[in-house]
Design a protein around this ligand. Structure first.
Ligand code: ATP
Length: 292
């Protein structure tokens, strides 16, 4: 086998609370992740020349060691004492710096794909540990489906994945750095919060209406105060026919809606299509990475 093609699925957070600041500068989270069908295509090839080549046409995606996909190859190569030349082509569909873990999903796809292509034989739990060294969302992207995430989001407990729940995603074209959002977080503010238990129970019972009504993201407060247009967009999204609830994903700026069905999602997609830089209807996915 000379190459392997891997789908790298985006994630959304159905719930995200920040429960404290750690001494290492990171924050402890309580979050519920779900993989979605929206994905990048990652093609990994063996190449005769030594070294790692990353190609991606998106101007916001680096092609050097700043790319998480590049670092994923380096990480595996270091573990086994070298694997030879590797070329990676990334076809982006997931908006960049959008709260959808696009970079982490690419890294997860590379860990999964390189492990298979070079027959390295790493078990899933080892890949997830290595992924955790690359980024907090990488272990979830490798595991996929639905999960409760604690710690920095890397201590995962699987939940039953929701099958084919319709979603609509909107992004106003604002790229947001996750680190800057956490810096603005004010722990002295008492924000009304929902508890993770409620939404976790609705996920376990596959109660889509209950999920929509209990979506929560603590990071909305600092993001909306800086970008009120994202707040306005979310409010308009939540009033669409067939919308059970809307939320900002991760550190934004993408907002998503849990929709009654694909028809409702498509109707709302037409409503927003020409007004935002990114608008797509999609569904929940049971996997984070898949070879195709
Ligand atoms: P994060 O929570 O890590 O910020 P995100 O989903 O909000 O995740 P990403 O799409 O992962 O955002 O991009 C965050 C930054 O990571 C971008 O500014 C980009 O330059 C950098 N990056 C590194 N590798 C990649 C990659 N393979 N795809 C996209 N962005 C990448």
């Amino acid at each position: 086998m000379q190459d392997i093609r891997v789908r790298a699925h985006a994630k959304i957070n159905l719930y995200l609370d920040v429960v404290g600041k750690r001494e290492d500068g990171y924050h402890n989270l309580e979050t519920i992740f779900h993989s979605i069908d929206l994905h990048d295509d990652v093609i990994i090839r063996k190449q005769d020349t030594m070294g790692i080549t990353v190609r991606c046409e998106h101007p916001g995606v680096p092609s050097d060691a700043a790319n998480l996909a590049y670092r994923a190859v380096e990480c595996l190569s270091d573990e086994v004492g070298g694997i030879g030349g590797v070329a990676i082509d990334i076809y982006k569909r997931i908006p960049v710096a959008a709260g959808l873990a696009g970079g982490s999903a690419n890294a997860a796809a590379v860990l999964h794909g390189v492990n298979q292509l070079f027959e390295l034989g790493f078990a899933q739990n080892v890949l997830m540990r290595l992924g955790g060294q690359l980024g907090a969302d990488v272990p979830f992207c490798l595991q996929g489906g639905a999960a409760l995430g604690l710690g920095i989001g890397d201590q995962l407990t699987s939940l039953p994945a929701l099958s084919n729940v319709s979603l609509l995603l909107l992004n106003p074209g604002i790229e947001i750095s996750t680190a800057s959002v956490f810096k603005k977080l004010n722990f002295s503010l008492t924000t009304p919060k929902k508890t993770c238990i409620i939404i976790k129970t609705h996920v376990e019972k596959r109660n889509v209406v209950g999920i929509g009504e209990n979506l929560y993201n603590r990071l909305e407060v600092p993001v909306f105060s800086e970008y009120p247009e994202i707040f306005t967009l979310k409010n308009e999204l939540s009033t669409q026919a067939g919308c059970y609830g809307a939320l900002m994903s991760g550190s934004g700026a993408t907002v998503f809606a849990v929709m009654h069905d694909a028809n409702a999602a498509h109707r709302s997609e037409l409503h927003f299509k020409n007004r935002v830089s990114f608008c797509t209807s999609t569904v929940t996915s049971p996997v984070g990475v898949s070879v195709y």
